[in-house]
Design a protein around this ligand. Structure first.
Ligand code: HEM
Length: 425
């Protein structure tokens, strides 16, 4: 894209931002959520949305809900559709050096943005690789990766838990599942971190360019991987998708986007189970003592941390037709933001919702993996990795403590520490 076009689009970006800021200053709770500083705790503003009712319409027409019942309904209802909503999709064209002539986006172009019946058949191609049997078969590998990385934490001085452990484990696991070259691992970590930072939209010209380069790198990388799998198919999900492309049941763009979604979705959010759990457990010593006394509580810790701090804070749906919701009339095409993180703290469902309590009996009802047809395909893998990692971490380092404040991912959607210094012994 030429510099002139960049400048033109950037004018649009700044105008939109200015409108949101003005509406926020005028007390619009929807705009106030959309202008939460990246990396800041959003729960205070989510509560303002809840205080205004089950469904709140912002001045821009965007609707938002913090209600558990309403989020659940929107996510499950066929009156609402998933749609490519990524704010980076502003006429992005590939940079000149890119191998392929399209820029593929992991969310907008994969089955994450498709709807039934297309969504159902695309998801069926991938889902068997995340079945309970597959997860049982992966357990030993995950335990091995976790054990190797615990050694890196075993130092007298503080160490960054996220860089050395929380990001490493899930990215190595998904890399192995997709049959990717472990030597490319540093590349994946960079892509995941950059994607997490821009998934809620580019803020300025530099971020737009960075996003374009990131998507170009990802698209090129998987274009080469897919070519190799077509020549030498293996027993892996990428080879399976490549054969679906040859049979005509998947597009090549869909295949490239799904590879990206599995790679990035596979570790960026999962790392936050570990980071958020360490923050929660160290802030709540009685909960941490209960866990270290009975490490079989690891699954409950994972569910409660997913409820307490959703790694993906919200999800968006669009009304498929003119419809009603919470007594409001919604025109076809109206976007509805389901605040998953706020639904998980809805006092109508979770008693004392701000309290982190690993013995909470209904923690597993959280909406952190969404609900309905787009329920996270990798939920079983994320849970297993979280359980194995946290159990092993607190078994090996029962005295583990934070050695400084967490620095959060610079994102409004992805919530978890980007850096967290810990002292393990
Ligand atoms: C803590 C970890 C994770 C969280 C919190 C999470 C969260 C979510 C959420 C909220 C959705 C629904 C998005 C929407 O409906 O708009 C989703 C879908 C998805 N997730 Fe995850 N995810 C996690 C881990 C994973 C893993 C490990 C993988 C794959 C290796 C993965 C791959 C996907 C894919 C492909 C979809 C699209 C599913 C569909 O549209 O049918 N996620 N995830």
């Amino acid at each position: 894209m030429s510099a002139v076009a960049d400048v033109r689009t950037i004018g649009g970006l700044y105008r939109t931002r200015l409108r949101v800021e003005v509406s926020a200053a005028m007390g619009d709770p929807v705009a106030q959520v959309m202008s939460i500083p990246r990396g800041a705790d959003g729960h205070g503003r989510y509560e303002q949305v809840r205080a205004r009712g089950d469904l709140v319409r912002g001045r821009s027409g965007l609707c938002m809900t913090a209600s558990y019942a309403m989020c659940n309904e929107v996510l499950r209802s066929d009156r609402f559709a998933a749609a490519p909503t990524s704010a980076v999709r502003l006429k992005l064209t590939p940079p000149s050096w890119q191998r392929t002539d399209v820029l593929v986006h992991p969310l907008d172009d994969s089955f994450a943005s498709a709807n039934p019946p297309e969504h159902t058949s695309l998801r069926r191609i991938v889902a068997p690789w995340f079945s309970p049997q597959q997860m049982r078969a992966r357990r030993a590998f995950i335990e091995k990766v976790v054990a190797e990385h615990l050694d890196r934490l075993d130092r007298a001085e503080p160490v960054d838990l996220i860089d050395e452990f929380a990001l490493q484990v899930p990215s190595k696991v998904i890399c192995e599942m997709l049959g990717l070259d472990p030597d490319d691992h540093a590349l994946f970590a960079r892509w995941g971190i950059e994607f997490g930072a821009t998934v809620d939209g580019a803020r300025g010209i530099r971020e737009r360019r960075r996003t374009r380069f990131l998507l170009a790198e990802l698209t090129d990388y998987f274009d080469t991987v897919v070519e190799q799998r077509q020549k030498h198919p293996g027993d892996d999900v990428i080879s399976k998708m490549a054969s679906a492309v040859e049979e005509g049941s998947m597009t090549r763009t869909g295949l490239l986007a799904t590879c990206q979604a599995l790679l990035i979705g596979g570790f960026v959010t999962t790392a936050n189970i570990i980071g958020n759990a360490v923050v929660a457990l160290t802030q709540n010593p009685e909960q941490r003592d209960a866990f270290t006394a009975d490490l079989d509580l690891a699954d409950q810790v994972v569910e409660e941390v997913l409820r307490w701090e959703a790694p993906a804070q919200y999800s968006v749906r669009v009304a498929r037709q003119d419809t009603h919701l919470a007594g409001e009339e919604l025109r076809k095409g109206t976007p509805v933001v389901t605040l998953l993180a706020a639904a998980n703290r809805d006092p109508a469902v979770f008693a004392e919702p701000d309290r982190f309590d690993i013995n909470r009996s209904n923690a597993r009802d959280h909406l952190s993996f969404a609900a309905g047809p787009h329920y996270c395909v990798g939920a079983g893998l994320a849970r297993l990795e979280g359980q194995i990692a946290l159990r092993a971490l607190f078994e090996r380092f029962p005295e583990l403590d934070v050695a400084g404040p967490a620095r959060y991912c610079p994102s409004r959607v992805i919530r978890g520490p980007r850096h967290l210094q810990v002292r393990c012994r």
